[in-house]
Design a protein around this ligand. Sequence first.
Ligand code: ZN
Length: 395
Amino acid sequence: MKTLFIVLDGLGDEEIPALNDQTPLDAAQTPNLDEWAKEGRLGVALPVFYGALPTSEEGHFALFGYDPKEYNFARGLLTASGAGIDLEEGDVALRGNFATLEDGELIDRRAGRIKDPSDLIEEINGIEIDGVEFVVKSAKEHRVGIALKGDDLSSAISDSDLHYGEGGKGYKEVEPEKDTKKSKRTADVLNKFLDKSHQILQDHSRNEDREFPANYILTRGASSLVNFPDFEEKYDKKAAAITGKTLYKQIAKLVGMDHLDVEGANGLPTTNLKGKFEKAREAILSDYDFVFVHVKATDSLAEDGNFFGKKDFIEKIDQALSVFDEYQETLVVTSDHSTCSIKGSHCQEDIPLLVWGQGGDDRSRFTEKQSEKGSLGKVDQRNLLENYIFNSEDK
Ligand code: ZN
């Protein structure tokens, strides 16, 4: 059997008074998903996470069967490789933000969300300090991917961006996190680079008229290169990914999936849903055994507190799913984590899971509540493919 694997990012939600105490999924009209729920099996996917709340990257790696803890990577790896930096063994990858420093104080951590800082990036890309080359590439808007290339480097260094982790607001010098030569050297060269780039950026003509000059770089998520086992070899399935956002494209690429581009797939509520699903159908009918489709806006609408928008968007997804009317292989619909619209953040609420094409348990609809009563029970994301999808085919 082939598997179509649809991840609706941040699908699960909390009960919302303005939706008659229903979740957006519950409140939405979803005839296609409900039909599959009636014919298929439901369950609850248990998220895997190691911080306070599950992240999208943890959720996706877990769903593909890669324990995020075992591979112990940080976001820098995804950002830098997503920005198109060619990472090699020994490099240290970071995620960076253009920010605004005024008299040594951080006044905006996104430099007013600067749109296209490519001219600024050009000025600081390729700087060399103590034998370490700093490669900087755009990761959209104020975000950059950074790679340190040189000998004796370590990813055991702290973030200079205090927004995450410690929940602080400012920035601080990068510090070694281990008492080793490599860790100290890496913190030291990075601090020198951040100072030097600050000097270059604050004098740049591009910053003259900006309310929030992009004159500093905040860094976080230091990571070394991780070689993930290839998905195809792990499961003996030829896999493709269809996504609109760089992060998910990069996750898929890191585990060796082919990425199939779709015009108008942009990760926004306006994304070309029909185009993505049509491409997925085409791929599954050709030589792919596993096709992962990622839909982002369910998560971002909830993060914006827009539960009506999330409900409407779920209805749009459901309509676009008509593309699979004649589909006859295995179909999975689930999520990486839940995103709660009132809290406006990722949350630990149950993640609905639907598996169609491998027996049924006669639930009435695809909702969080019905999922809790489904015959699949509670499924650890890390075991989903191996134990529930691929193995059940052999039974
Ligand atoms: Zn997510």
